[in-house]
Each structure stands twice: as structure tokens, then as C-alpha cells.
Design a binder for this molecule. Structure first.
Ligand code: HH2
Length: 258
């Protein structure tokens, strides 16, 4: 899954494609050529400390890009029902909701009615405050219990289970140690029987693990190490900025795994 943020403030690629839908669409097509199976298009940053974006502004960011992405498999990274509705009408095949259907009461219905795929992600708190001292007893089992409950809620709302993938939400209300522990115990989440999506690409925990306590992002090499390790622990979908490098690394990991 290649990341395409059309925001001024995403933690890693903020501003790169903001206000230039032609460049954004070209970048998406480049990621597909490099081996991405789907492009995750987002118009609202969820980095720690980020404020929300109003509906009309989010639509202004993503709609021109969606209109240029005919033939490209797209996931829309949004928590807003109206953004998802417009996106699926313009061809998006998946809704990636970092609130796991807790943000907008109408989103479940939009996904169910459209037949889109759905990603449910774990987050403790909300982006503005989520990194203020997150506390867990056992992070893997708590995240798994949350995702199990959200999976049931989505199915009860009419989204077929076979269309849903689950994401432990690396960096969303978690310390570096929580993120590492979660990746090490991904198989616990995978026991829910749904494909696991992991987004760890360039995240600050990677830079911090490499010894910089003030890191705001991680390197490519660190991202590849984390992705291969996540693969070994059962991840199936990788949300990444650097598609070709991940396709190459994961192709080798998969070959070794057999
Ligand atoms: N991470 C980010 C955004 N959306 N969606 C899922 N399912 N999983 C993730 O880990 C995830 C996500 C944050 O990364 P990014 O989009 O690069 O930055 P920002 O939120 O600042 O736009």
C-alpha cells in the first residue's frame, strides 16, 4: 500500500503533493508501477498533535486527486462518512479509518452500502493528545480485544467480515516500547483471522530506536527492517512511503519464508 498524503503537514511527506493534484496522481501511478497493489490517499494528517481538518477542506484536497486516478486501486484514508462517500463514488475500493468507525456514526453505513473494503485501526485517544503518556497492561492483548470488538461492530453494521483488515496502529497512542512489543506479538492480533495491515514506514519510533530520542521520523533502512520483521510476525499489508524498496525487501522475505 503506497502512501499518498495531500496535506500540508503530514509528518513525513507533508506538502510534497499538497495543492498539486496532477503531481499527486503521477506519484500514485509511479507507486503502482513500482509494485504497490493499492494507494492510500489521505487529506488529513493524523500525526501526533495534529488538529482535524474541516469536511470541505478535506474534500478540496482529495477529490481532484481521485478524479485523476481512474484505473488505480485507491484506499481513502478518512474518518468522515462524506469523504468516504465521495471517494467510493469516484472509484475508491477501500476505506481506511484510523478511528475504527468511532469517529463518524455514518461511516459504517457508507462502507456497507458501497461494498468497499475496510481497514479498522487501533488508536488510544485521539491524534491531538494520543502521545501524552499512553498506558497499557498488556498492549498486544488490549489492542487485539479492541480490534475484535470493532470487527464485530463493523460486521453488525453490515460490512462483510471478508472485506475487513485490521491494523494495530503503530504510533497511535503508543510509546516506542509499546510499538516494538506490538510488532513482536502481531501473531496475537492475527489470531482474529483477518489480514493484518501495518503502517510503520518512517515513523518516529524507528529513529528513536536508533538512538535519537528527539527523532520525528525514521530512515528507509529502519522502515525496511521493521516491515520485514512485521512480515515474519504475520503482517499481510504494508503501508509505506518507499514502495519499490519495500517490494524488493518483502519479495526476498517472502521467498525465504517459502
Ligand atoms: N498511519 C498514518 C496514517 N494513516 N492508517 C493506517 N491504517 N495505519 C497507519 O499506521 C497509519 C494510517 C500516519 O502516517 P502518515 O499518513 O504518513 O502521516 P500523517 O498522518 O501525518 O498524514
Amino acid at each position: 500500500m503506497g502512501i499518498l498524503n495531500v496535506t500540508p503537514d503530514s509528518f513525513s511527506d507533508g506538502g510534497v503533493h499538497f495543492g498539486d493534484p496532477d503531481a499527486a496522481a503521477a506519484s500514485a501511478r509511479g507507486m503502482i508501477e513500482a509494485g504497490a497493489a493499492i494507494i492510500d490517499l489521505g487529506g488529513e494528517s493524523t500525526r501526533p498533535g495534529a488538529d482535524g481538518v474541516p469536511l470541505d477542506e478535506e474534500l478540496r484536497r482529495v477529490v481532484p486527486v481521485l478524479e485523476r486516478l481512474g484505473g488505480v486501486p485507491v484506499s481513502i484514508d478518512t474518518a468522515k462518512a462524506e469523504v468516504a462517500r465521495r471517494a467510493v463514488a469516484l472509484g475508491a475500493e477501500m476505506v481506511n479509518d484510523v478511528t475504527a468507525l468511532r469517529g463518524d456514526p455514518e461511516l459504517a453505513g457508507v462502507v456497507a452500502d458501497s461494498g468497499a473494503y475496510l481497514c479498522l485501526m487501533h488508536m488510544l485517544g485521539e491524534p491531538r493528545t494520543m502521545q501524552r503518556n499512553p498506558v497499557y497492561g498488556d498492549v498486544a492483548s488490549e489492542v487485539t480485544a479492541f480490534l475484535e470488538e470493532r470487527l464485530r461492530a463493523a460486521v453488525d453494521a453490515g460490512v462483510p467480515e471478508a472485506r475487513i483488515c485490521l491494523d494495530p496502529g503503530i504510533g497511535f497512542g503508543k510509546t516506542v516500547d509499546h510499538n516494538v512489543e506490538l510488532l513482536r506479538n502481531l501473531d496475537v492480533v492475527a489470531r482474529l483471522g483477518r489480514p493484518i495491515l501495518v503502517g510503520v514506514s518512517r515513523k518516529s519510533s524507528l529513529g528513536r530506536l536508533l538512538g535519537d530520542p528527539g527523532a520525528t521520523r525514521g530512515t528507509l533502512a529502519a522502515s525496511l527492517g521493521a516491515a520485514v520483521s512485521a512480515f515474519d510476525h504475520g503482517a499481510a499489508i504494508f503501508r509505506v512511503h518507499d514502495v519499490l524498496a519495500h517490494v524488493e525487501a518483502l519479495t526476498i522475505a517472502a521467498a525465504v519464508e517459502g
